[in-house]
Design a protein around this ligand. Structure first.
Ligand SMILES: O=C(CO)[C@H](O)[C@H](O)COP(=O)(O)O
Length: 205
């Protein structure tokens, strides 16, 4: 089970400091969508240069121009890039093809996707990694909860989970054995991010 640190709503300096502080406990560095919008691909490139041995996910949240955006992320050094589940099938196919050619991965973000039929379509075109995701704004109605796993029951995907996950909610989530637990604010806004990341790491199996 991997721990992914989501870097959102932060300056470049804060991003690098947080990764430096938590690197012993995290497996994947997620460069958040807003951070990419602020700094572009250069922050992905710089992160790759500074942390050559870490997996990097660029949270591009691509929904069109799939080939172009996926190449942007991979050429900058990302190992994984994200694509929205609602995107057109040709868009998603293009991103999967680029990933296959470059031996990298696409994480399909199931944000606001509630249909098993849609998920079956995604499976049929070769999706193998998805994220169950409660968006930042929707977290006012509740953070990630384990009922969401029912959406991917019966599929063979690797599954990541995200959405306001913290030290209190992690134990129940771990019992469901997701492949990746994505944590942002609970670490990045903590008084001692290294301590929280270490405690979380110890809870993962
Ligand atoms: O993709 C995201 C927002 O769209 C975040 O990376 C994800 O939700 C994790 O952050 P947090 O733990 O703060 O919710």
């Amino acid at each position: 089970m991997k721990l992914q640190l989501a870097l959102d709503r932060l300056t470049k300096e804060q991003c690098f400091q947080l990764v430096t502080d938590t690197k012993e406990s995290i497996d994947i560095i997620e460069i958040g969508t807003g951070v990419i919008k602020e700094y572009g691909m250069s922050i992905v490139r710089d992160m790759r240069e500074q942390f050559p041995d870490k997996e990097i996910l660029a949270d591009m949240k691509t929904c069109d121009a799939g080939k172009h955006e996926t190449l942007q992320a991979f050429d900058a050094g990302a190992d994984i890039t994200t694509v929205m589940a609602f995107s057109a099938i040709p868009t998603i196919k293009d991103t999967l093809n680029v990933a296959k050619e470059m031996d990298k991965r696409i994480m399909i973000d199931l944000l606001e996707c509630h249909s098993k039929d849609r998920i079956r379509e995604l499976e049929n075109i070769g999706t193998d990694l998805v994220s169950l995701h409660v968006g930042k704004d929707k977290q006012t109605e509740g953070t990630f909860n384990t009922e969401l796993f029912t959406l991917v029951n019966g599929f063979n995907f690797e599954v990541a989970v995200a959405g306001g996950i913290n030290l209190d909610t992690i134990p129940e989530i771990v019992k469901e054995k997701p492949d990746i637990i994505i944590v942002g604010s609970a670490i990045t806004k903590a008084e001692d991010p290294a301590k929280v990341a270490k405690e979380m790491r110890q809870m993962l199996v």
